[in-house]
Design a protein around this ligand. Structure first.
Ligand code: URA
Length: 237
């Protein structure tokens, strides 16, 4: 007979056994639910009552998210709360986490240059992120994490009430346009965004994230084309 469980397992493995049946099946749906920390009902109700961006901050701070672990500061927004142009990125990086402001690191510096090329400054626009907390190792947020923070982002849009939203990168596009389509498919056309609390829709344009442009400088031409499309809309209407 076998001297230990390990020996027995080795014997089974050598005999071709690679999996075991459990008495109860894995509840995959339940696992999914556990990963998604949607804001609680009371948070959503309080969200609807909030009419100023500054009042969103305590609500997000109170929302119990695992993403908050090992971060220093929330990087919710920068710029002008009266702006008609809202720019949405992905999530804060190291510098943003340290200073509590979005887009101040290398991607932010490129964003500033891109904006000045169309005669805009940060004080002219409202800048925010899909996720207000830095992600571990700056990884891309999962769909669950995007959903977790979407109500807060939607409320920001309702409060700012911009005329145009400029989405930087796949994460922001996924969140606002609810689509898994690639940036190449979404670019170069105007989309509409509207939530149930809004009377009119907002025009949405999608472009590459400045970090992607830094990694692939050959995308500068496309990023410039997108900026010109944005400028044309801003100037014409
Ligand atoms: N990238 C983002 O998407 N947001 C930031 O704030 C910084 C880098």
């Amino acid at each position: 007979m076998f001297q230990s469980n390990k020996e027995y397992l080795e014997f089974l493995k050598q005999s071709g056994v690679h999996s075991f049946l459990q008495e109860t099946p894995n509840n995959l749906f339940e696992e999914q639910q556990k990963q998604t920390q949607l804001p609680e009902d009371k948070d959503i109700k309080s969200l609807d009552k909030i009419t100023e961006i500054k009042d969103l901050i305590p609500l997000i701070l109170n929302h119990n998210s695992t993403l908050r672990k090992n971060t220093k500061n929330i990087a919710l927004f920068d710029g002008n709360i009266k702006s008609k142009l809202m720019i949405i990125g992905e999530a804060p990086g190291k510098e943003e986490d340290e200073q509590g402001l979005p887009f101040i690191g290398s991607a932010g510096q490129l964003l500033n240059k891109m904006l000045s090329a169309i005669e805009l400054e940060r004080k002219d626009i409202y800048i925010t992120n899909t996720i207000p907390w830095k992600l571990p190792q700056n990884r891309t947020p999962t769909d669950q994490e995007i959903l977790e923070f979407l109500p807060f982002l939607q409320r920001q849009i309702e409060i700012i009430n911009p005329r145009i939203i400029y989405l930087l990168g796949t994460t922001a596009a996924k969140a606002i346009l609810s689509t898994p389509l690639s940036l190449d498919t979404l670019r170069e056309k105007w989309h509409d965004y509207k939530s149930i609390n809004m009377d009119t829709s907002v025009k949405v344009l999608v472009s590459y994230h400045p970090s992607t442009v830094l990694q692939s400088p050959k995308l500068k031409k496309e990023a410039w084309d997108d900026l010109q499309m944005l400028q044309k809309e801003l100037n014409e209407n």
